[in-house]
Design a protein around this ligand. Structure first.
Ligand code: PLP
Length: 460
């Protein structure tokens, strides 16, 4: 392999505390192996096919940078359960705090009798999210529920109804959030009618911008401002909802200047800016939150995925004067801010802050990006390499001068990686993006081995 040429040798990942599992790739059967295939057959009779799995190996153990399956294979993890287990699976600090909490009480319902950990998580969210203004937070169970609540609050606070979202956006699978989501298959097909008062705008997608990436930010911002004004009327818009780096839609980093211009347009028109940081939050992009890369301060921020090491938890954080409007009892839910999940979140935040994981995410990007760019130089089917920190992707196209998306090749490369013991995910409106979300604690040798496997997957 040519990796020694393209690696940036100056970048090194410091070791993290020794993981419980051997940090090695081990492929001892076909993937999925016989035991996983048995379980898959059982599942087919119990679980509807509408619930998919990227790679049906049945997991028995996971930690650090590996996922171990029922056949004894140990896969290198470039997925983190979709950007969730950033601090590592079964992180010892998370496991210990959850265990101790499970022995004290597992649920009271915060709306019935509250407890301190919920308040502590909200204090942390208020402290860590962008902007030093006075904030309030509350907790729910999923990213979709967080986005849904942010929209409810924005409508309440502004007395307006329209919500603006973007091409390639992904915000969840509930009625409102699937409406906010751009992609039809598999998220919307046959599930309508959709929620009203949702309007979709062009996104500043540098790779596919008709007049070129350098014009993309300002042109897209101008188009959005014009379309909102002309088609909806800015004074009817409650909120603009945007992922500061798009996740499911293809890891699209909006062209520079687009997000700040959008924030300015919102401010000038009394529109609330909701940053959906469900996938990008908590150190993933080499900043605590992705809005920070462009100095954007949203009015409301939604968080979930990486917040609690895999326990179901999500947050809505916003300006105090907006959040405090809603009448008593207007917000909440039975399980929201479950005490086990809150303890996990406090452990995760400690790991991120004391473990220097923001910096580590940035270094992961510095190791991976040159290798991915070298792939692009070698293979013209790699149309674009993009992302920030440990949220990176390559977009695959037909090549030979064509930028037509190639979902078939993308699936084939992912399949080759899986067979070799590297867990990668795909995404994108056209299904032609390979995305990489390693746990931030992944040991450097596994990160580099994963990149070697990816390179070989391109060679056939
Ligand atoms: C995953 C995701 C959601 C939905 O979160 P769930 O917990 O799956 O409901 C919303 N927004 C973004 C940006 C996401 O990546």
């Amino acid at each position: 392999m040519t990796s020694h040429i393209t690696d940036a040798p100056a970048v090194a990942l410091p070791d993290v505390a020794a993981a419980r599992l051997p940090q090695e790739r081990r492929v001892v059967t076909e993937i999925p192996g016989p035991r996983s295939r048995e379980l898959q057959a059982r599942r087919a009779a119990a679980v509807p096919p509408g619930v998919g799995s990227v790679l049906p190996v049945y997991v028995t153990d996971a930690g650090g940078g590996v996922v171990v399956d029922a056949d004894g294979n140990s896969l290198i993890d470039f997925g983190s359960g979709i950007a969730v287990t950033s601090v590592g699976n079964a992180n010892p600090r998370v496991a210990e705090r959850v265990r101790a909490q499970a022995e004290r009480f597992t649920h009271t319902c915060f709306m019935v009798t509250p407890y301190e950990s919920y308040v502590a998580v909200c204090e942390a969210l208020n402290r860590l999210t962008p902007g030093d203004h006075d904030k309030r937070s509350f907790l729910v169970n999923s990213g979709a529920e967080a986005v849904e609540n942010a929209v409810k609050i924005a409508r309440y606070a502004t007395g307006r109804q329209a919500v603006v979202v973007f091409d390639h956006g992904y915000h969840g699978r509930t009625l409102l959030t699937m409406t906010l989501t751009a992609k039809n298959m598999p998220y919307k097909q046959g599930f309508g009618p959709y929620a009203p008062e949702v309007y979709r705008m062009p996104l500043a997608y540098p790779y596919r911008w008709p007049t070129g990436p350098e014009n993309c930010g300002p042109e897209a911002a101008a188009q959005v401002a014009d379309q909102i004004s002309a088609q909806i009327g800015a004074s009817n818009v409650a909120a603009v909802v945007i992922e500061p780096i798009q996740g499911e839609g293809g890891f699209i980093v909006p062209a520079p200047g687009f997000l700040p211009a959008l924030a300015e347009f919102c401010r000038a028109n009394g529109i609330l800016l909701i940053a959906d940081e469900v996938q990008t939050g908590f150190a993933r992009t080499g900043a605590m939150f992705a809005c920070e890369h462009e100095g954007v301060v949203p009015d409301l921020v939604t968080t979930a995925k990486g917040i609690a090491g895999g326990l179901p938890l999500a947050g809505v954080t916003g300006r105090a004067e907006i959040m405090d409007r809603v009448h008593g009892g207007g917000l909440g839910g039975t399980f929201g801010g479950n005490p086990l999940a809150c303890e996990a979140a406090l452990a995760v935040l400690e790991e991120i802050e004391t473990g220097g994981l923001v910096d580590r995410a940035r270094r992961i990007g510095e190791i991976m990006l040159p290798r991915l760019r070298a792939q692009a130089a070698r293979h013209d089917v790699v149309g674009d390499v993009r992302g920030r920190g440990a949220m990176l992707a390559i977009e695959l196209v037909k090549g030979g001068g064509s930028t037509e998306p190639d979902p078939v090749l993308t699936a084939e490369i992912a399949r080759r990686c899986h067979a070799a013991g590297l867990l990668v995910l795909t995404c994108g409106t056209y299904g032609n993006v390979l995305r990489f979300l390693p746990p931030l604690v992944i040991p450097e040798h596994l990160l580099r081995e994963g990149l070697d496997i990816l390179e070989r997957a391109f060679d056939g």
